[in-house]
Design a protein around this ligand. Sequence first.
Ligand SMILES: NC(=O)c1ccc[n+]([C@@H]2O[C@H](COP(=O)([O-])OP(=O)(O)OC[C@H]3O[C@@H](n4cnc5c(N)ncnc54)[C@H](O)[C@@H]3O)[C@@H](O)[C@H]2O)c1
Length: 324
Amino acid sequence: MTMRIHANDGISAAAKARLEEEGFTVTTDHVPQEQLAQYLNKEKVEVLLVRSATKARRDLIDACPGLKLIGRGGVGLDNIDVAHARSKNIPVVNTPASSSISVAELVIAHLFSLMRSLHKANRRMPAEGRAKFKELKKEYEKGFELRGKTLGIVGFGRIGQWTARYAMGCGMTVIYSDSHATADALDLTVGGVNVRVPVKMVPLDDLLKQSDAVSLHVPAQNDGRAVIGKRELGLMKPGAVIVNTARGGSVDEDALLDALKEGRVRAAALDVFVNEPEPREDLLAQPNLSLSPHIGAATAEAQGRVGDELVERIIAWRSATTVS
Ligand SMILES: NC(=O)c1ccc[n+]([C@@H]2O[C@H](COP(=O)([O-])OP(=O)(O)OC[C@H]3O[C@@H](n4cnc5c(N)ncnc54)[C@H](O)[C@@H]3O)[C@@H](O)[C@H]2O)c1
């Protein structure tokens, strides 16, 4: 009998085809979380693949004794009880580097939007663009350039460093803050020429005071706390903006709403939310927010790389388990 793989949050067509060529049977229809354990048992699934939506916590792992491997397409493993899985000899594999460029590009897209109020103009042009063209032009004509501004990056790992490269390409100065120094310079390739650009690590409070824009790239914290809360937002430069594509709650949502209402933070962008997939309504209604529904890694290129990397890991795991 062929080994069953179920990709509950989908997988690229190319990866599915490769796995099938390798002799696996692959299903990709999404099964709701509450029915997943029953489905996995009934279908005798041995490999469960997820992205960020499906949770593979202790209850699911305990309810599915046939599971042999869990794969996560993406970076964070906060939707999987990794320690519990490993205690039951179920390895957990992920694809940490595949989506860094896509998340970095989304950050830059949000930054351009915030600088030129595109998020606001896009909301109003369809209904008011004809009747109030001049008024809208007056409201949104006071834009800013990214060139020459300082971007403060909190969490300078894979995504933070890619965001820095794109920001440098736009002529921004980059400073960063991290729990430990991760880089003193970054390699950039421009027109086939390699350039090594120094980067400076500064304490978080200094970063907040100096930056025109702040972008978060930290993992979910073990204690669940926000990395940027009321105190930190209070330290930001007047008129500065903040982007969170890390995890819902990495920026405290209550404190952010207050800071936006009081004008201490001019505007913000969020790709991630507390309580996904049902973010709070007052956030969604706040006009100074540029919003996207957790799509940082959702590009054809990133999902292609995620799929390729997962395939390699599944094949390597099968070889290792067959030999031993
Ligand atoms: N929006 C999306 O779709 C999307 C996609 C992929 C990843 N992410 C998020 O991006 C995060 C970062 O991914 P990555 O690949 O760059 O991870 P990474 O592990 O390469 O880098 C994270 C960095 O954060 C630092 N860090 C941890 N806690 C910190 C703190 N309290 N203060 C300062 N620095 C801290 C770490 O030292 C590390 O250098 C992921 O954990 C995930 O939550 C979001």
